[in-house]
Ligand binder design. Structure first.
Ligand SMILES: [Zn+2]
Length: 373
């Protein structure tokens, strides 16, 4: 293994691992974890997600009789994530501007591995540790959704997949995705527009009638994709709209989702030419459920105590996005999302400070120590 945490991080981000292509990085991690005394195995999640490797699960036996504590990160990156050429200047690591950096989430992986490395080198007694590196997080939390949960013995733990070290997300909203296919009737736009039903027009009226943006402090919704039409001289007969709704409150999520659907159902009724009626086909899919941890939960207290020992400013927050942790909590684990130092993620300006990587690893090590007491 590399001599410094920086070298280790750089070696990971140089391995291409856009979603569904995590195999190369997974094989390196398997080798490194085995070197650190872990038992490593893979599940078969990729058979259902279409990737080239499953979720990586590792167990590090402890010398203290306690259930294990779980540390997670995801192995995949968003695009453009191939051929990353890192640059270091004034303590900041960036890409060369043509790709993302991959600190999301290889900073999380690095800090977990480094914490274990230092734990092993110290020779101190510790509780058992479980590590989970998931696949295809960035394309719908697919690795977590198809994980073999019978592997996990921990009750609680952390996913390192957020910005500043010392921040702990203890809540996130539920999300629904909504797809509307509006069907009208095709006709020549110059010769016989009155014989057509313009699906774009129908969709536009429905979107205008829908709730949009921030609904209240807990709830948001957004139309993000609209596709349709073939040519300006054709009255379009189909348009597809994709949208999402999020809320920390289950009832509010249902209400806003219902209102979005109702807007389409009402508007299509207004469009009819002869025996042809406009139609809408609606699909609502639950992507993940909200979670909210108590400030007094063990997972919060451990992170706080560990941060204080290291003089890291600690703060809990409620996130607006979903992550693997939503899925883990749905399966009965009590998990929080810890900051690992990544910044400007999902852009070519993505970066991380070397100091954040170093302190992030120390924070995780200190959490293991606190848990092992
Ligand atoms: Zn991430």
């Amino acid at each position: 293994m590399d001599n410094t945490i920086i070298e280790y991080f750089l070696s990971l981000i140089k391995i291409d691992s856009e979603s569904k292509n995590e195999k190369a990085v997974a094989e390196k991690l398997e080798k490194d974890l085995e070197e650190l005394g872990a038992e490593v195995l893979f599940d078969n999640a990729h058979q259902r997600t279409g990737g080239n490797v499953g979720n990586l699960y590792a167990y590090i036996p402890g010398s203290i009789n306690k259930p294990p504590i779980l540390f997670c990160a995801h192995m995949d990156t968003v695009k453009p994530g191939n051929g990353i050429n890192p640059q270091i200047k004034d303590g900041l690591i960036t890409s060369d501007g043509t790709t993302i950096l991959g600190a999301d989430d290889k900073s999380g992986i690095t800090e977990i591995i480094w914490a274990i490395k230092e734990l092993k080198e110290s020779g101190e007694k510790h509780a058992p540790v479980e590590i989970l590196f998931t696949i295809s997080e960035e394309i719908g939390l697919k690795g977590a959704k198809h994980l073999d949960y019978s592997l996990i013995r921990s009750k609680t733990g952390y996913a390192l997949d957020s910005h500043q070290v010392g921040r702990l997300s203890i809540g996130a909203p539920s999300q629904n995705s909504l797809k509307f296919v509006v069907r009208g009737k095709e006709s020549h736009a110059g010769v016989a527009p009155e014989k057509g039903i313009n699906a774009i027009r129908v969709a536009a009226e429905a979107i205008a009638a829908m709730p949009d943006g921030r609904i209240d402090s807990e709830t948001t919704c957004n139309v993000g994709i609209i596709k349709g039409g073939k040519a300006t001289n054709v009255v379009p007969n189909e348009v597809i709209i994709e949208a999402e709704a999020r809320s920390h409150n289950k009832d509010k999520l249902k209400k806003v989702s219902d209102e979005m659907c109702q807007a389409f159902r009402e508007v299509v009724k207004k469009f009819q030419v002869g025996k042809y009626k406009a139609e809408v086909e609606i699909k609502v899919k639950e992507e993940y459920q909200a979670f909210r941890l108590n400030e007094k939960a063990e997972v919060v207290v451990l992170a706080k105590d560990a941060a204080e020992k290291l003089d890291i400013e600690f703060k809990t927050e409620i996130g607006g996005g979903g992550s693997d942790v939503n899925i883990f909590n749905q399966h009965g684990l009590l998990m929080a999302v810890a900051g690992s130092g990544m910044d400007k993620v999902h852009t070519v300006d993505e970066c991380i400070k070397i100091s954040e990587l170093e302190i992030g690893a120390k924070w995780m090590l200190e959490i293991i120590r606190e848990y092992s007491k």
